[in-house]
Design a protein around this ligand. Structure first.
Ligand code: ATP
Ligand code: MG
Length: 329
């Protein structure tokens, strides 16, 4: 029997009138990054807290490496690491002391805890700041330290709840690098994010969650394919070329090419991105047409979200008052 890294079966969780999880079913393969993508209030943190034994489901079941999170929470806790949405580090201790303390909580000897803290601080590029109190750390440094604390116990499964929210682009790239290293070392990661490009970049498999329900699931490419693949767009110098161009394109496009209002921009749906682009170029050349602009568009996960929910991911307003309350509790 395959053991999933973690799985949820028809999990339901209410907070008063709010149905934070409305029958979520997910399965993640070991050794991969599973991306949970959704807007504010979608239920991401609730699911992470459930899988990490901090919340119990009202209905449904969840397992980590085949171990039930409700029946056997202690065993689950020994296999997981959690870096929550809000860094849980002690402001008044140094970076080193924070990690050392976690090591001792994991029953490491003083010497082992010291060694582990040193290794992790180096791995997370915090060695130089190790002896400073966390109060003086930037947001990105705190997140890295929090990640370090979650790694002390060498977890097989790591839950990262929006690890890069609020970080500048460079710091985010640094963290992506660290996440990739962890994966290379064999860790399985559940990563929640509101950033479509982050899920696209890192996750082997993505579940899109909205209002407590999984509304789509697959690889980034599978999700994009739901939109019907790629699109080549080109612009003509003169309108009189339009009929000729459309005729040339209709021979190769899967669906009918379309023109914009000006009639100068032609959009051609193609099944295979770069090959499609080459085919368009060849047909245009044969027809003696030189476009003034030419580009290949791959649908972004933003497009996917828009087509799945009818709303842009960043503008979905879900229970703003309740969401604020829930996020910190
Ligand atoms: N402890 C709680 N008490 C009351 N409501 C809660 C609690 N935790 C979560 N909720 C509610 O459940 C819903 C899902 O919240 P959750 O924190 O899981 O969303 P999220 O996807 O993590 O959002 P964000 O991206 O803003 O972190 C929200 O409507 C939220 O207000
Ligand atoms: Mg959250």
């Amino acid at each position: 029997m395959t053991k999933f890294a973690f799985e949820a079966d028809n999990v339901v969780k209410h907070f008063g009138d709010v149905k934070a999880l409305d029958g979520v079913t997910l399965r993640a393969e070991p050794g991969k990054i599973f991306g949970l993508l959704g807007p504010n209030g979608a239920g991401k943190t609730t699911l992470v807290r459930m899988l990490s034994t901090l919340l119990t489901p009202d209905a449904g079941t969840a397992q980590v490496l085949g171990v039930d999170v409700v029946r056997n929470p202690d065993k689950v806790r020994r296999m997981i690491g959690l870096a929550g949405q809000f860094a849980a580090v002690d402001e008044y201790l140094t970076g080193y002391e924070n990690i050392y303390m976690v090591g001792r909580l994991y029953h490491l000897s003083a010497q082992e805890a010291k060694k582990r803290a040193k290794t992790l601080l180096e791995q997370l590029n915090l060695a130089d700041a190790a002896t400073r109190t966390v109060r003086t750390y930037s947001g990105g440094m705190r997140r890295r330290l929090d990640l370090g604390a979650s790694l002390v116990g060498h977890p097989e499964i790591l839950f990262l709840d929006e690890p890069t929210t609020g970080l500048d682009p460079r710091t985010r790239l640094d963290l992506w690098g660290i996440i990739r290293e962890l994966i290379a070392g064999g860790t399985t990661i559940l990563l929640t994010t509101q950033y479509l490009e982050e899920a696209d970049e890192l996750a082997d498999k993505i579940a899109v969650i909205d209002r407590g329900k999984v509304i789509a699931e697959g690889t980034s490419n599978q999700l994009k394919a739901k939109l019907g693949g790629d699109v080549v767009e080109f612009e003509l110098h003169k309108l009189s070329d339009s009929p000729k161009a459309l005729k040339a394109m209709s021979a190769l496009a899967k669906k009918q090419p379309t023109t914009d209002e000006s009639g100068l921009t032609i959009t051609v749906p193609v099944s295979n991105g770069s090959k499609g682009l080459l085919a368009v170029v060849r047909e245009l050349d044969k027809a003696g047409i030189e476009p003034s602009a030419l580009s290949l568009h791959r649908p972004s996960l933003d497009d996917v979200f828009l087509s799945l929910t009818g709303e842009k991911a960043s503008t979905v307003a879900s229970q703003p008052v309740a969401a604020k309350k829930g996020r910190r509790s």
